[in-house]
Design a protein around this ligand. Sequence first.
Ligand code: NCD
Length: 304
Amino acid sequence: MRSLIDIQELSVQEIDELIEKANDIIAHPEAYREKCRYKKLATLFFEPSTRTRLSFEAAMYELGGQVLGFSEAQSSSAAKGESVSDTVRVVSGYADIIAMRHPKEGAPLVASMAATVPVINAGDGGHLHPTQTLTDLLTISREKGRLHDLTIGFCGDLKFGRTVHSLIAAMARYDNVRFVLVSPTELKLPSYIKKEILQQKGLEYVQTTDLAAVMPSLDILYMTRVQRERFFNEEDYLRLKDSYILTPEKLANAKPDLSILHPLPRVNEISTAIDADPRACYFRQALYGKYIRMALILKLLEVE
Ligand code: NCD
C-alpha cells in the first residue's frame, strides 16, 4: 500500500507513466468508466478548496467510484478535538483511499502512518502539494511537448506557496531546466528548498524582484497568489498583495509561445484581460487536474 505525501516519492519514470495515463484517459474516457466500481474515496479537507477537492471527487466519479468526506474542519470531529491519526484510522474502515488537506505542515504524513489505506496529500499548510504538481507537469508536457530544456519563472508568493515548492522539486529532476524566482524580498523561496534542491543539484537559478527584466527569457511563467491565510498580520499582506499584477502590457516582450500557468484561485495577480490570450493555460490546467488525479487514484489503488 502506497501513499503520496511528497512528489519526490515518485520516480521520474512513475511521473512520466502517470502523465501518459492521463493523456490516455483524456483520449479514451469511456475505457475508464468502470475502473473503480465499488471503490470509495474519502476527501478530508480541513482547509478551503474548490479545484483540488472537486477534481478529486469528479475523478473518482468518472472512474465509476463513490465519494464521501467533509470540506471544513468545523463539520468534522476535529472541532471536538479529535486527532488526525484517530480520524484517518476510522475513515480507513469507510473508504479505500483518502485525499487530505490540512493547514498544518506534516499532517497528511502523520495521517499516512495511522491509515490502513493510501493517503494523498492534497496540500499541507505552506509546505507541499504533490497533486497540484502532477497537474502542472501534465499541463507543461501538453503545452510544451517536453519537461526538459525549459526556463521556468515562478512569480508571487514563493515563501508560502506550497505548489511552487513541490513543482520546483519535480522540475529539478528533468534535464536542463533553468529556474527564475521572482518575488518581493519578504516572500522569497525558503532557503531550505534552495539548499536541498537547487544548490544540492548544482542547478542554475536566478532570484530577482523584477519580473519585467526576466520576462523575455521565460518559456513558462508560473504565477501565484499571495497566501493571505499564512500571514501573521494583515498589514504585511496588504502591503505585498499587489506586488505583481500581470497585464497584457507586461507581456509585450514575452516569448510568443510563453505558457502562463497559475494553480488558481486567482485574486488579482493576473488581469482578466489575459484570459483570452492563447498563452493563458490556467483554465486548461485546472481541467487537467481531474485527469491526472484519475491516473493517480488508479495507480495507488493498483487498478489495472
Ligand atoms: C493552491 C493551493 O491550495 O495551494 N490551490 C490549488 O490547490 N489549486 C494555490 C493557492 O491556494 O493559492
